[in-house]
Design a protein around this ligand. Structure first.
Ligand code: SF4
Length: 370
């Protein structure tokens, strides 16, 4: 599958207002909306622009901040629905996300909601979300949404603070009946600049663990870790990885919980990358390849997102994999391509190499592995 003509997902950061203060927040979200937020009319114009991509339309993800902070959210959802465009909503878990709101989101036609879970202990999750009680509320929201038939995707940001929680988190998600687990690999953007990142070796361990998990009956996706597709490709070939201490610990916990990775992996061999299947529109209409790649290349208030996606040089460079450094010569660049957001965050070059990739470091030493 290629994404040369249209994205598959368009993320719209409807607002930066949010009741939470998460330590790794990309958007640096704050309590009240910032000036310049798209108005209702400008939002509908954006939705019209998404429709201009033609069928099958890209799916719109209403994100934030907290989209529930927008008074016109349901009007925008109804407008999206009237156009036949599929959508999902990514609300913050706060006192505003009640069962009534979940029912309203379901009635509005949302295909799913995504909620964040960063630990299996309230001390870890609440310290990351910086609001006591968020952990218990998150578990309750998941149960309520599943109870009314509203599918839930769980988003987890993996970092030093919670990496060893992953096996237990997986067990918890399975017991709750969660079908999709999206694991974000930290990008040092927004408030995330102050958070301890994983080393490339730890990223490799986590990817191998997630590959195992993807064979245990849950859909696994990663954000800003496209190199998991390299890991999956190799594991499909040999299904063996000697692993290091972190991986062996996580894998032994998975085994101890009774999960056997025997089903086909849910990790797709070809996937999206910021700018390649993904497009992001910020609260004020600025268009960029992805939410973690804050390189504005236009604005929906006075531009056309179809033109930006299909003709902008940066989007085209990413899709054509005109990359530099080890990612540019890597045998896996078409299916992986490296996180463009991480390349930008660390080097200022969105076409540079992904410093979190373990394999990249061997390429620097002249490896020719295919
Ligand atoms: S070197 Fe770059 S393209 Fe190759 S696997 Fe690593 S991140 Fe992906």
């Amino acid at each position: 599958m290629t994404f040369s003509n249209k994205p598959i997902l368009l993320f719209w950061e409807t607002t930066r207002a949010c009741p939470l203060r998460c330590v790794h927040c990309r958007a640096d979200a704050i309590e009240n909306p910032l000036p310049g937020e798209l108005s209702t009319a400008e939002g509908k114009n954006l939705i019209d622009q998404v429709a201009a991509f033609g069928k099958p339309y890209p799916v719109i993800i209403f994100t934030g901040g907290d989209p529930l902070k927008r008074d016109d959210l349901y009007e925008l959802l109804a407008y999206t629905s009237s156009k036949g465009i599929g959508f999902a909503v990514s609300p913050a878990v706060s006192q505003f996300l009640t069962i009534e709101v979940l029912e309203k989101l379901k009635r509005s036609g949302a295909a799913s909601i995504s909620v964040s879970l960063d630990g299996t202990q309230k001390e870890i999750h609440d310290s990351i979300r910086q609001l006591n009680g968020t952990y218990e509320r998150t578990i309750s929201v998941m149960r309520q949404a599943i109870g009314i038939g509203l599918p839930v995707q769980v988003n987890t940001t993996v970092m030093k603070q919670n990496v060893t929680e992953l096996p237990m988190m997986f067990k918890q998600l399975m017991e709750l009946g969660i079908k999709v687990w999206e694991v974000f690999f930290l990008i040092k953007a927004g408030r995330g600049k102050g958070v301890d990142d994983l080393t490339p070796s730890e990223c490799e361990s986590v990817c191998n663990f997630l590959y195992d998990v993807s064979k245990c009956g849950i859909i696994v996706r990663t954000v800003e870790a496209p190199f998991i597709r390299r890991v999956a490709k190799r594991r499909e070939r040999t299904d063996y990885w000697a692993g290091d201490e972190l991986y062996l610990k996580m894998r032994s916990e998975l085994d101890a919980f009774g999960y056997r990775p025997v089903a086909p992996s849910t990790i797709k061999p070809v996937g999206t990358l910021d700018g390649d299947g993904i497009m992001f529109v910020s609260y004020d209409g600025t268009v960029s390849p992805g939410g973690f790649l804050p390189l504005g290349v236009g604005n929906v208030k006075n531009g056309n997102i179809v033109d930006v996606y299909t003709k902008n040089e940066l989007f085209m460079d990413i899709r054509e994999r005109r990359l530099e450094g080890p990612c540019g010569t890597c045998a896996f660049k078409s299916e992986c391509g490296g996180s463009r957001a991480r390349a930008y965050a660390y080097s200022g070059n969105p076409l540079g190499s992904d410093s979190a990739c373990f394999y990249m470091h061997s390429l620097k030493n002249g490896a020719k592995d295919k």
